[in-house]
Design a protein around this ligand. Structure first.
Ligand code: GDG
Length: 740
């Protein structure tokens, strides 16, 4: 059985020093709530690991920690491995790079970001310190799960020490759009992305964050991707969404817990003639507390009928109040609270009840249960667990007003969604919520409750962990498919004994490296010699199967005894024969589609049209990577609409979109060729998506080899085009001097 190593910046404990000695306090927060719930659950799911270990830093000296444990004892469901970083370095890492650089950038507050060199150095040092700690405890077979923005460099540091280890990474905050992420200095942003790509699986809360991350990897590291698989430096990394859940049952159980019921009854009695609006957030500029207060003030202005009949319990949980940006917010919030209370209070009523303190779990649940309206309006939030916890705690009433800029908004679509900066919208939403009919409240709640009960924190963790194992397995599969020396020897053995061999070779990207302009890919002398040597053996039928037009193939390769296939099969020249056009159709369709493609050439610098007899192709290899790709999606949609109900098909190639006749593809063509030839040895090499048709139709019939990494229907893969010649030369050598 393997062990699970959870690594997060902080352990879920803090040590408090007082005259009475050292006390251990449990700390709270989104990440801590999630992992503790999972660890504390003693059932099969969490027990699939022999041991659970939590690595994190402690905000005290090693001596204090040891004495605190000695004095208080510490029973927990996991082994604790504390890191004790140097205070000064930690300050620059935590309050510095983590919370004054990454946090504002990732939450779309770039003007608050601080780009100090010493912050990044400290960040690297503490990540390294975590890496050293893990190196001391790591055992082969362990599953390592790194959490959050404070440890973005760690996965890569661990990968360097343990290349085959299983490493997952989860980001609890948003991943910003490329335009924001790119504001970071180049060296840093490259290091951060490479750090994350050290993992096998990188998890995010929402689809948008996944897309933003992939886009940044493409633009900054020139990484390639196939859907959510990122190909970087010979490794395949999966990026996917895992919207974090809550311990749903814990909040349902609290509904019948006597201590919570007593607290809730007390609150209800205190506010018996008032509706309760509440919010609970850490002190943070991302939580939009000032706009929220403006919205509430606007509500009191616009809907004076609610005066005296409503109270807003505003709970702010102390957080990071050593950082300037936080200190300023706190005083500005407090000023607003007193202004509103001063302006609207009567002798018997006050519109806001403000607290700046922690709540016990029971108090939190009581507040959730009595709250008529939860007003949760962050300007950005990775997920926001309070919104989910509130919904889970509601019995048969309750309305959630939620900012559309939270990750939770993508799941809680029955909430009253608002833009948090629109104070009028917030004011109207409060009125709507207070007036909402009980039946509608129940119906919205039950839909959301069903969803968050089904994907709770246990499902979230087990989903992530099983996806991590799957990503590892799929990496192994890719590796297993690699064309090894041993497989090459088997191919050669079969080649030697065969009487009639068919060798199907794609041209661009396989026999010739991909070029910026198609006309630059003319064959080298070495290639021509190699092909000639192959054709010298009478047992070989060598087929060049390409998307190129017949004229080009004829000009480049026409003098050799090859079978040539142009435009994926639209024209074929049998060995020693003449060109035969396989499919004909009036070429008017090209005149209809060309103006559309031309429009995209104008809109996307570097792209161009290649017109062949039976094919029209739009190439975007030389364009701005992201623009080219997104334009190609737009063009593809338009082409699909125009070609619907016609015998034309739109094909995605390697940085090219092609339109051609249905049924004319390399797969069908390859099958036709081998049907006539009846070979006892088939070898097929290609690199492009259009070659996949060939690999699929030849499955089980011969050796299919994809040139380059990535998912493929081919039986084997070669890492790069440079390996093609040495491989083919091994076959050629068998003609003259048969040997293995
Ligand atoms: C980060 C991301 C993402 C809060 N105050 C008290 C208290 N809490 C508990 C809540 C909730 C958690 O802490 C807060 O979670 P959030 O999701 O709202 O916010 P962050 O701490 O900023 O979390 C966030 C999260 O990670 C998970 O991935 O959702 O977007 O920023 O569970 O109940 N609990 C108690 N007393 C408090 O005073 N007992």
């Amino acid at each position: 059985m393997s062990r699970l190593l959870i690594i997060s910046n902080r352990l879920p404990f803090a040590v408090d020093k007082s005259d009475d000695g050292l006390a251990i306090r449990q700390s709270s927060g989104g990440l801590v709530s999630a992992i503790k719930s999972y660890f504390e659950r003693s059932d099969k799911q969490a027990d699939e690991f022999a041991e659970k270990i939590w690595v994190g830093s402690m905000d005290c000296s090693e001596e204090d920690w040891n004495s605190a444990v000695e004095q208080n004892g510490l029973s927990s469901d996991f082994t604790i491995e504390p890191v004790f970083p140097d205070k000064e370095v930690y300050e620059n890492y935590y309050n510095g790079f983590s919370n004054s650089t990454l946090w504002p950038i990732f939450h779309y507050f770039p003007t608050l970001a601080n780009y100090k060199k010493e912050y990044f150095e400290a960040y690297r040092n503490i990540n390294q310190e975590f890496a050293e700690k893990v190196k001391n405890i790591y055992r082969p077979g362990d599953v390592v799960w790194v959490h959050d923005y404070q440890l973005l460099l760690l996965p890569q540091m661990l990968r360097e020490s343990f290349p085959t280890s299983v490493i997952g990474f989860f980001l609890h905050i948003p991943f910003p759009s490329y335009e924001i992420f790119r504001l970071l200095p180049t060296r840093w942003k490259r290091a951060l992305l490479q750090g994350m790509l050290g993992a096998d699986l990188v998890g995010f809360h929402t689809h948008d964050y996944v897309q933003h991350f992939i886009q940044s990897c493409k633009m900054i590291l020139q990484a390639d991707n196939q859907f959510t698989n990122i190909l970087f430096k010979d490794r395949q990394i999966k990026a996917d969404l895992f919207p974090i859940g809550i311990d749903y049952q814990k909040f349902r159980d609290a509904i019948v817990d006597n201590r919570v019921v007593n607290l809730a009854t007390g609150l209800e009695e205190k506010f018996t003639s008032q509706k309760i609006i509440f919010s609970v957030d850490r002190l943070d500029y991302t939580k939009g507390l000032e706009y929220r207060l403006d919205g509430y003030e606007e509500f009191l202005n616009n809907y004076p009928e609610w005066m005296g009949k409503v109270v807003f319990i505003l709970n702010i949980i102390p957080s990071r109040d050593f950082i300037d940006a936080y200190i300023q917010r706190k005083s500005s919030i407090e000023e607003k609270v007193s202004t509103i209370n001063g302006k609207f209070s009567s002798l018997h009523w006050q519109p806001i009840l403000y607290r700046y303190n922690h709540l016990s779990f029971d108090e939190l649940c009581a507040l959730y249960q009595v709250g008529d309206v939860a007003l949760i309006t962050p300007l950005r939030d990775g997920m926001n667990l309070v919104a989910k916890e509130y919904v889970a705690s509601c019995i048969d009433k309750g309305v959630l007003i939620l900012s559309e800029l939270t990750g939770a908004a993508s799941e809680l679509s029955e909430a009253v969604l608002v833009n948090p900066t629109d104070v009028n919208e917030v004011a109207d939403a409060i009125d709507t919520a207070l007036n909402m009919h009980a039946i509608e409240q129940r119906s919205r709640l039950s839909n959301m409750q069903r969803r968050i009960a089904a994907y709770d924190v246990f499902k979230w963790m087990s989903d992530f962990l099983s996806c991590l194992q799957e990503s590892k397995a799929s990496q192994e599969n890719l590796k297993n498919n690699l064309l090894t020396e041993e497989i090459t020897r088997t191919i050669i053995e079969d080649y030697i004994t065969a009487e009639r061999r068919c060798i199907l070779l794609d041209y661009d990207g396989t026999l010739s490296p991909l070029q910026k302009i198609p006309s630059m890919a003319s064959p080298s002398g070495e290639l021509l010699q190699l092909l000639k040597s192959l054709t010298d053996d009478k047992r070989n039928e060598v087929v060049i199967i390409s998307g190129r037009d017949a004229e080009t193939l004829e000009q480049w390769l026409g003098s050799l005894l090859l079978t040539l296939v142009a435009e994926h099969g639209a024209a074929v020249k049998q060995r020693g024969g003449e060109w035969q056009v396989q499919a004909t159709m009036a070429s008017e369709w090209k005149d209809k589609l060309k103006p559309l493609m031309q429009l995209f050439v104008n809109r996307c610098a570097g792209s161009f049209i290649e017109e062949k007899k039976s094919t029209l192709a739009w190439h975007y290899r030389n364009t701005h990577a992201e623009l080219g790709f997104s334009r190609s999606r737009e063009l593809r949609n338009s082409l699909l609409q125009l070609t619907g109900n016609t015998p034309l098909q739109v094909i995605d190639g390697n940085k090219v979109l092609e339109v051609r006749l249905v049924g004319v593809d390399k797969g069908t063509t390859a099958l036709n060729i081998i049907k006539n030839l009846e070979p006892d040895f088939i070898l097929c090499l290609g690199d492009d998506t259009t070659d996949e048709d060939m690999f699929r139709s030849l499955a089980g019939k011969g050796y299919t080899i994809k040139v380059g990494r990535g998912n493929t229907a081919a039986k084997f893969t070669m890492s790069a085009q440079q390996e093609v010649f040495p491989f083919l030369k091994k076959l050629v050598r068998q003609i003259k001097e048969p040997q293995l």
